[in-house]
Design a protein around this ligand. Structure first.
Ligand SMILES: C[S@@+](CC[C@H](N)C(=O)[O-])C[C@H]1O[C@@H](n2cnc3c(N)ncnc32)[C@H](O)[C@@H]1O
Length: 248
């Protein structure tokens, strides 16, 4: 499916915790009913955001879908037949994109059928073509066994991570919590990612970003930083795209 999103993100300040935790339109409206002033300005900006409009028009669960669509359109990480582990999958927009792009439903019989497994601390509503592990912590040692029991093969072609810990508002602390989630995922790659596989992970920029980048470079042949247009300019959010995993 071609990306039919808007050409540019709206300007203005970030949606702070709401965007960080990917709460969507209805949650935003519910929250705003209890707030005033600056919050109403925030809602106005949110409603004018072209990606929010496109999210509704194209029936994605969250505007973050456009981040993955843009990255994939440019850098081609998903294709029919691939198996994908989507970490931090709730509410499920990245999984929607992955299901479409790997042909997980077998909609196109002329190309291979892929597989998508999504995992999140939160509950994820069912999605045709995806298997979900809801209310599950990727950092829990028992989770690896559960993931393996659900995969069609021992390892996946692509690990996606849009995970974000609950933001405390203390920038440095939030940055470190997310870096440590990414490093944990990199460790899990040994058991979960096929050789030459791909890892796409979100990070919030800060003093340990280089450390994560260095670790990725040790284990992948190609590591680059990507900041899609749907990722707000004033947000510390970026993604590392690591390709050609060197693991066995
Ligand atoms: C920005 S949202 C992901 C949005 C998702 N990519 C989408 O498009 O719908 C970040 C998610 O990471 C999840 N998360 C944070 N820490 C996690 C952990 N340790 N294990 C699993 N999920 C986690 C959060 O619960 C949250 O739902």
């Amino acid at each position: 499916m071609a990306w039919r999103g808007p050409g540019a993100a709206g300007s203005g300040r970030s949606l702070v915790s709401l965007s960080l935790r990917c709460r969507c339109f209805h949650a935003a409206v519910a929250l705003l009913k209890r707030k005033t002033g600056a919050d109403h300005q925030w809602l106005e900006r949110h409603l004018k955001d072209p990606f929010v409009k496109a999210t509704k028009q194209q029936n994605y669960r969250c505007r973050s879908a456009f981040k993955l669509l843009e990255i994939d359109d440019k850098l081609h990480i998903l294709r029919p037949g691939l198996s994908v582990l989507d970490c931090g999958a709730a509410p499920g927009a990245w999984s929607q994109v992955a299901v479409e792009r790997v042909n997980a439903l077998g909609t196109d019989p002329t190309v291979p059928t892929g597989f998508v497994l999504g995992i999140d601390l939160l509950r994820i509503s069912p999605l045709d073509g995806a298997v979900f592990l809801s209310e599950t912590d990727i950092t829990d040692p028992s989770t690896l066994r559960t993931i393996h029991s659900l995969l069609p093969a021992e390892k996946v072609d692509v690990i996606l991570s849009d995970m974000a810990p609950n933001a405390t508002g203390i920038k440095e602390l939030d940055h470190q919590k997310l870096i440590s989630l990414c490093l944990g995922l990199l460790n899990l790659s040994q058991s979960l990612l096929k050789p030459k596989g791909t890892l796409l992970c979100k990070f919030w920029d800060g003093q340990d970003s280089r450390l994560l980048q260095g670790r990725l470079k040790e284990q992948f042949q190609d590591v680059r930083t990507v900041k899609p247009q749907a990722s707000r300019k004033d947000s510390a959010e970026s993604y590392y795209l690591a390709r050609l995993y060197k693991g066995k």
